[in-house]
Design a protein around this ligand. Structure first.
Ligand SMILES: NC(=O)c1ccc[n+]([C@@H]2O[C@H](COP(=O)([O-])OP(=O)(O)OC[C@H]3O[C@@H](n4cnc5c(N)ncnc54)[C@H](O)[C@@H]3O)[C@@H](O)[C@H]2O)c1
Ligand SMILES: [Zn+2]
Ligand SMILES: [Zn+2]
Length: 345
């Protein structure tokens, strides 16, 4: 089968690989129908994710058709159409019983990281019963690909942890696919204001169309002052960090109102300053989270009923044979205006 393989920092290839086999009774083999590329895959290609070793097939998102199941799989049979969660969950360990699937002691984010992923014709999915979701007949499968990772990430790590409330004021720093997913799902709770902050005017333009009430380009270094002015010098009730660099987390610390919540989503590779000298008396909360994908069933319904039009996040489509072009397009978003690229296997 064809598969996209990480070959070490800066090196990648579309290669022929043997089709995966069932290795545990709880496994399924899924024939990929559609997959996509995540910002995290770009981090891996740069060499930022040491758990992912050269030789690994990348990808942790997608929809497909069950091809084969292990003897302990009871929920699925060959021919069933399924959504693949980016997080594999045994359903039994201490963290799974707390619905913290991201910390499953034998699962978590392993697909396209410590085991081969979805950017291939077939993938082996461990713990199929508790890591796959059935796709009903007639569902829009492209829209559902956004449920493997980015919608639950924006919602769980950003909106739920940030305690977005009716009438509240929210700022989302970073208007990439994850920031935009937070923007879409924050609107479940009817906040009064959602201010989007980014360096890229095209992405801010998208944000405006997705429901942002204000957009701030922070390239001139004046974003903090602008947000404070917009909020009557009070700051925002929820500040969601969706970039993953020190400057954007520190921006959240500067724009948070007393009693507010800073919800970090970004993957940080560098030390970030915590300014307790400014924050100790402000009654704020700071949260961190690795997406658990525990909200997939709920989000599934909102996508199926078109309460959320997740398809609007898709800007480009490629066949698996052109996945190298797909990476070029996705990796040069400022030029190509790419958000999510769909890859059809
Ligand atoms: N916590 C989790 O479980 C989880 C899951 C998935 C992704 N992530 C992380 O979420 C983050 C966002 O993901 P994405 O796919 O949307 O990434 P992305 O790189 O596509 O988007 C980041 C956005 O931030 C903007 N940006 C960069 N520097 C900025 C600055 N100084 N000020 C304002 N904006 C700036 C970019 O223009 C871009 O639009 C990444 O760090 C990703 O690794 C975390
Ligand atoms: Zn991802
Ligand atoms: Zn578990």
């Amino acid at each position: 089968m064809k598969a996209f393989v990480y070959r070490g920092p800066g090196k990648k290839a579309l290669e022929d690989h043997p089709k995966p086999k069932i290795t545990a009774p709880t496994d399924a083999i899924v024939k990929i129908v559609k997959t996509t590329i995540c910002g995290t895959d770009l981090h891996i290609l740069k060499g930022d994710v040491p758990t992912c070793q050269p030789g690994r097939i990348l990808g942790h998102e997608g929809v497909g058709i069950v091809d084969e199941v292990g003897p302990a799989v009871t929920m699925y049979k060959p021919g069933d159409r399924v959504l693949i969660s980016c997080v594999s969950a045994c359903g039994k360990c201490v963290y799974c019983r707390k619905q913290m699937y991201s910390h499953c002691t034998t699962g978590g984010w392993i697909l396209g990281n410590t085991i081969d992923g979805t950017q291939a014709e077939f993938v082996r999915t461990p713990y199929a019963d508790t890591s796959l979701y059935p796709i009903p007949n007639g569902a829009d499968e492209e829209a559902l690909v956004m449920l493997s990772d980015i919608l639950p990430t924006g919602f769980e790590c950003g909106v739920l942890n940030g305690k977005v409330q009716p009438g509240s004021t929210v700022a989302i720093v970073g208007s990439g696919p994850v920031g935009l997913a937070a923007l879409l799902t924050a609107q479940f709770f009817s906040p009064a204001e959602i201010i989007m902050i980014d360096l890229d005017d095209n992405r801010l333009e998208m944000a405006k169309r997705f429901g942002a009430t204000a957009c701030v380009n922070s390239a001139d270094g004046k974003a903090v002052g602008m947000v404070m002015k917009m909020t009557g010098e009070r700051g925002v009730d929820t500040a969601i960090e969706a970039v993953g660099i020190p400057a954007t987390f520190e921006m959240c610390e500067k724009i948070i109102a007393p009693g507010g919540n800073i919800a970090n989503i970004g993957v940080h590779g560098q030390k970030v300053a915590l300014h307790l000298e400014c924050l100790w008396d402000r009654n704020i909360s700071i949260t961190t989270r690795l997406v658990d994908t525990v909200t997939i069933p709920m989000l599934f319904k909102t996508v199926a009923s078109r309460k959320i039009d997740s398809k609007r996040l898709i800007t480009h489509r490629f066949g698996l044979d052109r996945i190298l072009d797909a990476y070029e397009t996705f990796g040069n978003a400022a030029k190509t205006k790419a958000l999510k690229v769909i890859i059809e296997a």
